[in-house]
Design a protein around this ligand. Structure first.
Ligand code: UGA
Length: 431
């Protein structure tokens, strides 16, 4: 199939590259001409394992190209994937200006029937509004189907090739069948439903996963008070197949470009129809508070943090990405600086992005974990990068002025750290 992909963010770029690997002819479009020239050289503006090799291989095979000319990309394609951003407005609602503009441009560019597959996360009802918008401009037949995306950053390529399911929302079964045919080599678990339900599946899935995380974080907070171990609790719960083991890792809460945005948007979607989504509001509140749990732990050890030096290990919202959007590290570093601490921060790949968004005279930007720990009163681990687990604990202890490690992601074990002479505190586990 010849496919135009509009938007080269995570979803657009990864989907475009993966569909080209499956021997479709893909042309990826972005308004940002400088991004297109970077991509056309085979360079990837984001850190995502496996993506660059995939892009280069398919560009060389002549199946993948990049352009900022939306019109010609749409004209030479049978299907269009819409994967532009839907960022949050200050109210929490999704901002649909970009996707509406893209839909207008697609409509104006059409030269025959097009199947438009919407992968952007959009509030319920949006695809029908886009349908009306395109119909008011287009001179050719078209169909819109909702194909929400469930890939995770850091494992986006693997997730795209091995999805748990593909959800297709369509008004007509013929349109659903074309979209299903495109995805059939990825999985046979293709769930076809109506458009509104497909839109809701995306929000409900992210909200449910966020709920699991806030739930286990509250259990962790109680475990700390009653002397239980949340990792054992989560493991024991997860053997119940109705519960499962995934998304029950306690820590400093979720961040990133999806859960924070989509939970707020779903609260708004509900609010717009006079429904107060109380459970999800609590999930969001718990997540905000959870970020500061590491700061409270530091204060319990040191009292005031004024003048203390705190090493911060990890700035990305999760490992294997350089994405710092709504990363818990931002709230935590800002709180530490606000309390008068000196911060020594490091991250294997996300440091430049983080520093672009927040810099301060009391933050030293460090190359690696040991350099960050130099002279520190405590290490605060905020992202569970595997490299941090490999740090030599004896060297670490020698370089710090006090051997305190606050583990916001339960990466280490208490035995390991206490054996190495550290004062160790983690989330929801006995000290
Ligand atoms: C999430 C969903 O997992 C994807 O299915 C979805 O497609 C994507 O949002 C999206 O809507 O685009 P992502 O945000 O990339 O993917 O990353 P996750 O692996 O889900 O992690 C999100 C956050 O939750 C991270 O900050 C992570 O540290 C945290 N988390 C995750 C926990 O604190 N505990 C867990 O057990 C799991």
């Amino acid at each position: 199939m010849r496919i135009a992909v509009i938007g080269t963010g995570y979803v657009g770029l990864v989907s475009g590259a993966c569909f080209s690997e499956l021997h479709n002819e893909v042309i990826c479009v972005d308004k940002d001409a400088s991004k297109i020239s970077v991509l056309s050289r085979g360079e990837i503006p984001i850190y995502e394992p496996g993506l660059q090799e995939l892009v280069i291989r398919n560009m060389e095979a002549g199946r993948l190209a990049f352009t900022s000319d939306l019109q010609s990309a749409v004209r030479q394609s049978e299907a269009v994937i819409l994967a532009v951003g839907t960022p949050s407005l200050p109210s929490g609602e999704a901002n649909l200006e970009i996707i509406e503009q893209a839909a207008r441009e697609i409509a104006a560019a059409m030269n025959g029937y097009k199947l438009i597959m919407v992968k952007s996360t959009v509030p319920v009802g949006t695809n029908h509004r886009l349908q009306a918008l395109v119909a008011s401009i287009a001179k050719f037949p078209f169909e819109i189907v909702s194909v929400p995306e469930f890939l995770r950053e850091g494992s986006a390529v693997g997730d795209t090739f091995h999805p748990d399911r593909i959800v297709i929302g369509a008004d007509r079964s013929e349109a659903a069948e074309i979209a299903a045919a495109l995805h059939r080599s990825l999985t046979d678990r293709i769930f076809v439903t109506d458009i509104r339900s497909a839109e809701m599946i995306k929000y409900a899935s992210n909200a449910f996963l966020a709920t699991k995380i806030s739930f286990i974080n509250e259990i962790a907070n109680i475990c700390e008070k009653v002397g239980a171990d949340v990792t054992k609790v989560a493991e024991g719960m997860g053997y119940d197949r109705r519960i499962g083991h995934s998304f029950l890792r306690a820590g400093i809460g979720y961040g990133g470009s999806c859960f924070p945005k989509d939970t707020q948007a779903l609260i708004q979607i509900a609010g717009n129809v006079d429904y107060e989504f109380k459970l999800l509001k609590s999930v969001v509140d718990v997540n905000r508070d959870q970020r500061f749990s590491v700061v409270h732990k530091l204060r319990r050890i040191f009292g005031e943090l004024e003048g203390r030096t705190i090493a911060v290990w990890g700035l990305a919202f999760k490992p294997n990405t350089d994405d710092v959007r709504d990363t818990p590290a931002l709230d935590i570093v800002q709180a530490l600086v606000g309390l008068g601490a000196n911060v020594r921060a490091c991250d294997p790949v996300a440091l430049p992005n983080f520093r672009n968004g927040f810099d301060h005279e009391r933050i030293a930007w460090c190359e690696d974990a040991l350099e960050a720990a130099d002279g520190a009163d405590a290490v605060c681990l905020l992202t569970e990068w595997p490299a941090f687990a490999d740090v030599d604990l004896q060297q670490l202890r020698q370089r710090m002025s006090r051997p305190v490690l606050i583990d916001g992601r339960n990466l280490f074990s208490a035995e390991q750290l206490e054996h190495a002479g550290f004062i160790y505190s983690s989330i929801g586990r006995p000290a």
